[in-house]
Design a protein around this ligand. Structure first.
Ligand code: ATP
Ligand code: MG
Ligand code: MG
Ligand code: MG
Length: 562
């Protein structure tokens, strides 16, 4: 590729709208351009980086035995109603009505579509297990799209779905994906950690997030410096309009304990408690359970709630009517006027075993204030298990806080979708059984941003070779000089023939401009030819990461370089 005929519009200034370094550098290096909030065009360099990531993901998924398919982005509402998620999913789901007045959505994830496919195709245990994946554009109408490719409304995801005939098989599928993810992020050259996404006691080992460690990460994780233990403390960025930003960790004395609490005490606690600390609270008001708060993933919440309730025989489920009566809130909303919390949708109440489920402390604070009454905290599970400063539960070392970017998520779903959509097979005894599912996501476009968060310096991006849009920038300092140009073309042809991705800077620009651009875009290796070096019969080399400069002879360059 020749830069004179390429499109890599670099920018000198940092665009004002870009807060984090990856967003700034992706714009400045001419890799992406914004169309509208959270929606970007990939320019040639950006697309190459994206494809490099996608290809490594694809190779490792194939190696793990998953089969690539491509599902539609457009999904009918009917399927989502069947699974119960049409109402449950809230406003992040991008919905529309077609010309025949049929309700549809643009897929934020594909559990429904893939389960629908499989239920029509798979009849017998002999056809299981199967793991289907795709690399595809997803749509999520994020409330706060930001940080460029990090949190888009339209983004590229790899999503895989496994179907198994029994629990042991489902666990094996899960761990095979876990291993594949570890290989993927290692190959991509990222500093990452797999953390238990549900650090609570229930179901803890069946959801892991893969976190790229970076200060700009939106997730707070505890990590053990000595072993591989890590857990997600969920997002510390939750903001409650009345309580303000919720800090990452409350001081120990502010951590509430099970027992009776006044409305003020609970509200004060919830103000300072990060979502992670408020793991599982069951509220009892006037002797009746009125609300439950479980941190984290909604789908996981349901499972956890079921388990929790099963463990506490003296509790019974409140009906939606009771909950509405208790909160006084119209179904569909709770909290101060103008604040729409999707968590209180009536459908969701029903799904969540007729309990109100809040996803974070801010929700609970609002709910509680809304209730305006004292509450009993019945259960407050393993509060201290993941607090920084404790003994690592695995090796005893002192845990530390770090920030992470969620780039992958593996999840054992169990029967959730197969039951809802009736995806069954006949087992060895000819008996009909539900398939056991897992789902596994990777944020392909988010990885490009995360990689830049971890790999940059004052001059620009320092791409790890596997992600770099080109491995080598070949800079011809004297494009008007026939000899220099002939030599540059020769080297370009030889390297390209050897399968090396080279971008030849043959532009009629000042050397300073060329070096700055090469540094900014972050090619791992720069080769410079022309000027005094040419007269001396050498090619200058530079390793971008360590800024190490060297020389190689022009004569026999190819052999010396390889
Ligand atoms: P987050 O907690 O960051 O909102 P999520 O838990 O909602 O992510 P998943 O449903 O687990 O996301 O989706 C799988 C992967 O897709 C995530 O691990 C992440 O890497 C990526 N991803 C999710 N939302 C976005 C987004 N808005 N923009 C870019 N990538 C995303
Ligand atoms: Mg999300
Ligand atoms: Mg998440
Ligand atoms: Mg996730």
């Amino acid at each position: 590729m020749r830069l004179s005929r390429y499109y890599a519009p670099t920018l000198k200034e940092t665009p004002a709208e870009a807060e984090v370094i990856s967003h700034q550098l992706l714009l400045r290096a001419g890799m992406i351009r914004k169309l509208t909030a959270g929606i970007y065009t990939y320019l040639p360099l950006g697309l190459r980086a994206l494809n490099n990531v996608a290809n490594i993901v694809r190779e490792e998924m194939d190696r793990a035995g998953a089969l690539e398919i491509l599902m539609p982005a457009v999904q009918p509402a009917d399927l989502w109603k069947e699974s119960g998620r049409w109402d449950f999913y809230g406003r992040e789901l991008l919905r529309f009505v077609d010309r025949h007045d049929r309700e549809s959505c643009l897929g934020p994830t594909h559990e429904e579509v893939v389960t629908d496919l499989v239920r029509h195709e798979i009849r017998s245990y002999r056809q299981l297990p199967v793991n289907l994946y795709q690399i595809q554009t997803k749509f999520r109408d994020e409330i706060r799209p930001r940080f460029g490719l990090m949190r888009g409304r339209e983004f590229v995801m790899k999503d895989a779905y496994s179907f198994d005939k029994d629990d042991a098989g489902a666990d094996a599928s899960y761990w095979a994906m876990y291993e594949a993810y570890a290989r993927i992020f290692t190959r991509l050259g990222l500093k990452f950690r797999a953390v238990s996404a549900d650090s609570g006691a229930i179901g803890g080992s069946f959801s892991h997030e893969f976190m790229v460690l970076a200060d700009t990460g939106e997730d707070t994780i505890v990590a053990c410096p000595d072993c591989d233990y890590g857990a997600n403390l969920e997002k510390a960025e939750a903001v409650c309009p009345s309580a303000g930003a919720i800090p990452a960790c409350p001081p120990a004395e502010q951590i509430a304990t099970p027992g009776s609490h006044t409305v003020e005490e609970v509200a004060a606690f919830l103000k300072v408690a990060p979502a992670a600390v408020v793991k599982t609270l069951l509220y009892i008001a006037d002797g009746k359970p009125v609300a439950a708060l479980v941190r984290g993933d909604r789908e996981l919440n349901e499972i956890k709630l079921k388990n929790l309730l099963a463990a506490k025989e003296d509790l019974r489920l409140a009906t939606p009517e009771e909950v509405v009566a208790a909160t006084g809130a119209p179904v569909g909303f709770a909290g101060p006027v103008g604040l729409t919390l999707p968590i209180y949708a009536d459908r969701e109440l029903a799904l969540a075993s007729d309990w109100i489920v809040g996803a974070n402390a801010a929700d609970a604070h609002m709910l509680h204030v809304d209730l305006g009454r004292d509450a009993t905290i019945v259960s407050f599970t393993d509060l201290r298990e993941v607090a920084p400063g404790d003994p690592c539960p695995k090796c005893g070392a002192t845990l530390t806080f770090t920030k992470g970017i969620e780039v992958g998520h593996v999840f054992k779903l169990g029967l959730k979708y197969s039951e809802a959509l009736n995806a069954t097979f006949l087992d060895e005894a000819g008996k009909e059984q539900f398939m056991i599912m897992g789902c596994y996501g990777i944020g392909v476009s988010r990885i490009v941003a995360s990689c830049i968060e971890q790999n940059n310096d004052a001059s620009g991006i320092v791409f790890p070779p596997p992600i770099a849009p080109f491995e080598v920038a070949l800079i011809n300092l004297s494009p008007k000089d026939e000899i220099a140009t002939a030599k540059a073309d020769e080297i370009y042809a030889a390297l390209t023939k050897a399968g090396i991705q080279v971008l030849l800077d043959d532009r009629d620009e000042r050397p300073g401009v060329k070096f700055k651009d090469a540094d900014l875009i972050g090619f791992p290796i720069q080769l410079t030819l022309g000027g005094k070096g040419l007269a001396r019969g050498i090619v200058e080399t530079k390793d971008r990461r360590i800024s190490l400069k060297g020389e190689l002879p022009l004569d026999g360059f190819f052999e010396a370089f390889m």
